[in-house]
Design a protein around this ligand. Structure first.
Ligand code: GLA
Length: 325
């Protein structure tokens, strides 16, 4: 028995010695909402890129500030040299940077930009994000195009914009969407904005409900929001208030979070979604961080990922496949 124990101990020692000698570079990838397929896709492509580079990606969910700061400690303790993060709150920026510095870790922000104590963007932290204004404008233009296609009269139509203005990328998307609608000719006075308390379906549903009841005479609704879940919440609210699918047009943003909805046997008011590139966010950030950590190549301070494709029930399978999603 004793010798067996010793053998195990020895095996353990050898394994750990070899392990540290061969230890791969480790990098963290922290995301605020791991339940969103958007972030799951970023993680999947971060992993894939990490494998190709011989880097181990440590993935941690950080739904709040406490978990975020703990995660950074955990990363440091496990020997990671840096991390990519979509912060649960942009205002955590200074705390995240301070904590990372205290451990000598490098940081790249993805999706959501940090803000400092004065509420200004922390442009000194490298950021990879989608072209927010542009994708918002696209949402507005696609809503207008679909409304025209259905022959809806502007006088009988209203737009419900569910906002999250404390998040800059969200504000730019919904602002862009409303601006494009107005530019196309949609009556500005019929665009109603309502803030959501949380960036998920229940939050958006509550927000939308409170606005819909104030406008009982509207026949057709357009639903604007910063991502798929926000628009889905809005569409669920229209259903709850008795609107048929054909009288509602919601177009989301993220694409990968709309797959369940677009797969439903019957169409809903959720017409489609703009699919950007979560795959590029996941792989590019890891490449950049690896180059920084391993070769001292500092990343660009700002990388904007452009181009989005409109996916609907008609084309979503093909379009997702094209991107390997
Ligand atoms: C924000 C949103 C996510 C996703 C990303 C894309 O973080 O909360 O749902 O849209 O932006 O950059």
């Amino acid at each position: 028995m004793k010798s067996v124990g010793k053998t195990f101990l020895l095996a353990g020692l050898v394994a750990s010695t070899l392990g540290s000698a061969w230890a791969a570079e480790k990098l963290g990838y922290l995301v605020k909402q791991p339940e969103e397929p958007w972030f799951q896709t970023e993680w999947a492509f971060a992993d894939k890129t990490g494998k190709a580079l011989g880097v181990e990606i440590i993935k941690i969910a950080v739904p709040d500030g406490e978990k975020t700061l703990n995660a950074i400690d955990t990363l440091a303790a496990s020997g990671a040299k840096g991390f990519v993060i979509c912060t649960p709150d942009p205002k955590l920026g200074p705390a995240i940077v301070a904590k990372a510095k205290s451990h000598g870790l490098k940081v790249i922000a993805v999706d959501d930009q940090f803000v400092n104590a004065k509420g200004q963007p922390m442009t000194e932290v490298p950021l990879v994000m989608m072209a927010a204004t542009k994708i918002g404008e696209r949402q507005g233009n696609e809503l207008w195009a679909e409304m025209k296609k259905r022959g809806w009269k502007p006088a009988e139509t209203a737009a419900l914009a569910i906002t999250a203005n404390e998040l800059d990328t969200a504000r730019r998307r919904t602002d862009g969407s409303m601006a494009a609608l107005k530019k196309a000719g949609f009556p500005a006075a019929q665009i109603y904005t309502v803030p959501t308390k949380s960036n998920d379906i229940p939050g958006a549903l509550d927000a939308a409900n409170s606005m819909l009841v104030q406008h009982p005479n509207v026949k057709h609704w357009l639903v604007i929001g910063m991502n798929d879940n926000t628009v889905l919440g809005g569409v669920r609210a229209t259903e709850g208030q008795g609107f048929k699918a054909e009288n509602v047009i919601g177009i989301g943003i993220n694409g990968v979070d709309a797959v369940n909805e677009l797969s439903k046997s019957k169409p809903t008011g959720f017409y489609g979604s703009l699919l950007p590139s979560p795959d590029v966010h996941g792989s590019k950030t890891v490449q950049m961080l690896h180059a920084w950590v391993a070769k001292g190549v500092a990343p660009a301070k700002f990388t904007e990922v452009t181009d989005a494709v409109l996916i609907t029930r008609a084309n979503f399978k093909v379009e997702l496949k094209k991107k390997g999603l």
